[in-house]
Design a protein around this ligand. Structure first.
Ligand code: 5GP
Ligand code: ZN
Length: 114
């Protein structure tokens, strides 16, 4: 039994507001949103960090971006803009060790993020 929070969300063991799913990825609302739209896109396969992505995962990981772009388009963020970001390890603030592409939108986003 996986102890991973996002595997549990994937398996329906922990509730989440799912906004998109297909055969390789799942997207749901972040529980602590940092922008009017703050979604997390995860591969269905458990991958702990960006460091653990292998060449076998290329399609699934690349697909996180096409899924995020599709949802951004549907929600009207494609032209105004949005941010996709994946935090890796401690200094980047990674707290859940199942890779997830944050998608933030709906307000002007500062850069650098801090
Ligand atoms: P990280 O800091 O690892 O890049 O991002 C983890 C994200 O997961 C955070 O933005 C946090 O708010 C979100 N998160 C943590 N626990 C839960 C949860 O139980 N449900 C949902 N939907 N998001 C969560
Ligand atoms: Zn996991």
């Amino acid at each position: 039994m996986s102890d991973c929070l996002f595997c549990k969300i994937r398996d329906g063991l922990i509730p989440a507001r799912v906004v998109y799913r297909d055969d390789t990825c799942l997207a749901f609302e972040d529980i602590n949103p940092q922008a009017p739209t703050h979604l997390l896109f995860i591969p269905l396969k458990h991958i702990a960090t960006v460091n653990d992505i292998t060449s076998e995962d290329r399609e699934a990981v690349g697909h996180l971006f096409t899924a995020a772009a599709k949802v951004a388009q549907q929600r009207g963020h494609a032209d105004s803009g949005y941010r996709v970001v994946m935090n890796t390890q401690r200094d980047a603030g990674q707290t859940v060790f199942h890779i997830h592409l944050h998608m933030l939108a709906g307000r002007p986003l500062l850069w650098p993020p801090g």
